[in-house]
Design a protein around this ligand. Structure first.
Ligand code: ZN
Length: 383
């Protein structure tokens, strides 16, 4: 671990916008790009890359919640490391399936807003300072929400108050129109908090009989907490809304993901999957409470503990069955959800280096953890 401080050693920008992510992915040499697992409402491909041709298949996904930008950046960084150092993972033993941008529309919205304040041309040090400013503003707003019951404008969103639909490149015409419509009744700067897809549905909440189903159907607002307490989770928008319209429908991103898991499990030896979210420094697995076998629960726990060994993250048992990641855990033993970073406030705080080397730890510890965990999967599951 290279300890870094505020004075320097910031080599390049850490945040990637949607186009940059795709440019990085296009340059991979040892990976094979497969057909997209599917397309979003506004026709963006959900890209799928494989590394290796071994019998042990593992799925890795990032960016369900686009505001958790660190997950996309981490996974793409790991792919690049693997591309440069193929000795890290034996390609004859594993086939790794990477879906590094699970929610392309959300990522376009979020990173378009991000670039209004952190342009590509700024220095890495300016980026670090802006991330710090965002973090401190978020902390203050959390405190005001708790102590003063404050529901007013938020400083961290105010930083991004000039980010409206116009900051999205005109080439994304349909998406822009949709965002324009969604944000008219929302606070200024709200695009920097965008977790949902381009129609304002939160992909992790998008399951049948979700939490707050009745409130959604009756159009009763349920407000988010702390620094997001002026945003409703039951109306299409940046966060939490489980479906659009008057009845449940599965979003195309989730349909694609479920089809992908299903067909891969049918045809290959899939030993597990790693689903990245942020933040909390946590690893969440499924135990017997939800009807899986004792053996499956033990396997899940073993995988979670293997991941913990390299990250020291807390290991938790799944607490709520109302998320897409829960559904995926029930479909594939060895599936864990990982919450990157112990610093609050996405999308920017996880890119800070001068506080406990948060960013560097995320990148380095999780890389080691993936390698350790997939080997544990392969050794445990034999055919
Ligand atoms: Zn999340």
């Amino acid at each position: 671990m290279k300890e870094k401080n505020i004075i320097g050693n910031y080599e390049s920008l850490r945040t990637l916008d949607y186009d940059e992510m795709n440019e990085h992915l296009d340059q991979l040499q040892t990976f094979t790009e497969q057909a997209p697992i599917g397309y979003t409402t506004f026709h963006y491909p959900i890209r799928h890359f494989t590394y290796g041709t071994g019998e042990n298949h593992v799925i890795l996904t990032a960016g369900t919640h686009s505001v958790e930008l660190i997950t996309n950046c981490f996974l793409i960084h790991f792919m690049e490391e693997l591309d440069q150092n193929p000795n890290l993972v034996d390609p004859n033993l594993f086939t790794l399936h990477f879906i590094p941008i699970l929610n392309p529309e959300g990522t376009i919205i979020l990173t378009s807003a991000l670039r209004t304040v952190i342009p590509r041309t700024c220095t890495p040090f300016y980026e670090e300072l802006t991330c710090l400013q965002y973090y401190m503003n978020s902390r203050l707003e959390d405190e005001y929400a708790l102590k003063k019951d404050d529901h007013g404008n938020k400083l961290q969103m105010q930083m991004f108050r000039y980010a409206d639909a116009n900051c999205i490149d005109p080439k994304h015409k349909e998406l822009r129109k949709s965002v324009q419509k969604l944000i008219t009744s929302l606070p200024e700067g709200v695009m920097i908090t965008w977790s949902s897809n381009g129609v304002g549905v939160d992909l992790n909440a998008n399951i049948e009989h979700p939490r707050y189903e009745e409130e959604v159907l009756k159009k009763i607002p349920v407000y988010h907490e702390l620094r997001l307490n002026q945003i409703s989770k039951t109306t299409p928008g940046p966060v939490g809304c489980p479906f659009r319209g008057d009845a449940f429908s599965l979003e195309p991103e989730n349909q694609a993901l479920l089809n992908f898991y299903h067909s891969l499990i049918q045809t290959e030896k899939v030993v597990g999957s790693l689903i990245y979210h942020a933040c909390g420094n946590q690893i969440v697995y499924l135990d017997e409470k939800y009807g899986i076998s004792k053996e499956e629960a033990e396997y899940n726990r073993k995988i979670a503990l293997a991941y913990q060994e390299m990250t020291k993250y807390d290991v938790l048992v799944q607490s709520r069955p109302t998320t897409m990641d829960y559904i995926l855990k029930t479909k594939l033993p060895g599936t864990i959800l990982i919450e990157l970073g112990d610093i609050r406030s996405t999308p920017l705080s996880q890119f800070i280096s001068c506080i406990h080397s948060v960013y560097d730890h995320i990148l380095e510890d999780n890389q080691k953890a993936i390698i350790k965990t997939i080997h544990t999967m392969a050794h445990t599951i034999k055919r």
